[in-house]
Design a protein around this ligand. Sequence first.
Ligand SMILES: [Ca+2]
Length: 349
Amino acid sequence: MIRALFITIITSILLFSASAHAQRVVADNPVSFEDWLAEFKLEAKAEGISQEILDLTFADLIPNPKVIELDRRQPEFTQTSKEYIRVRVSETRVKNGIKRMAETKPILDPAAQKIGVQKRFIAAIWGMETNYGAYTGNFNIVRSLMTLSYDMRRSAFFRKELHKALLILQEGHITPEEMIGSWAGAMGQGQFMPTSFFAYAYDMDEDGKKDIWTNEADVFGSIGNYLERHGWRPDQTWGREIKMPDDMAARQALVDLTHEPNPPRSCKRALSAHSKKYSLDQWQEMGVRNLDGSDLPKVTSTNIEATLLMPGGIDGPAYLTYQNFRTILTYNCSNLYGLGVSLLSDRLK
Ligand SMILES: [Ca+2]
């Protein structure tokens, strides 16, 4: 009996370690890593990366199995919208946001004003992405991007990002040791991929460096600049939570609208759950009201068009979203992310 139990335990341990070993997938590529890296370096050099930067960044660097493991992981079980908002827009996050906005006021206010994006939205993205700079990830960015480029699953995408990461180092914005971020290559307090860095990072304090890792002026300028360059409207908010008609038939008719058959290709997944755009006057006519039951705002100066979004279905909360919501989706194409940023920004007002 004891012997049988002993064998069972040993077998379980062996099976367990075998499966643990099987889960540690090494990068999928028939070419050896050394050959791959030699070829990559030649290409990078031909495209203008100096030998010095290549030597500095790739010295002793090997693929990171943890990165492959995270890349292979199945998408998490879909959270309900209510649960997502409860976690992402928690009281702690709201409280921290108010505190951090007060602390950084002399930097945040002028940055927001210069860029032309309301500061509460810059702060909300900062809070959603990295808890206001408290957690920016601790993966070596070059190593992560190198691993994902060597692995063949999304090689072309990450190879381009790796090249841009080397250019960032070559331009001296940051040192290789300080260039840390998420396992998939998103960097700094606003979680920019290297290509986004080149397109949108902003040197707010004008010291010649775009430091999105440690310099708050540059962090705020970069997040703001990203939004501004994606169609931000400084005279508008993101949208509003609304009250649906009590009459079930009228309500169902509105729910039926929230399937846009031809959403823009740029963020198809999220925008296909929105209705077509209608003016606030039209929504008012269709029975939509402010959450407190009052009439929707009368907009005379600009013609605000809004889409209806009901992430929780007919009985869940309903929102009208404006242009700025679509801009937030360019940061991360997910309606729940968009609502997280939007509702957090309302709390940080
Ligand atoms: Ca700077």
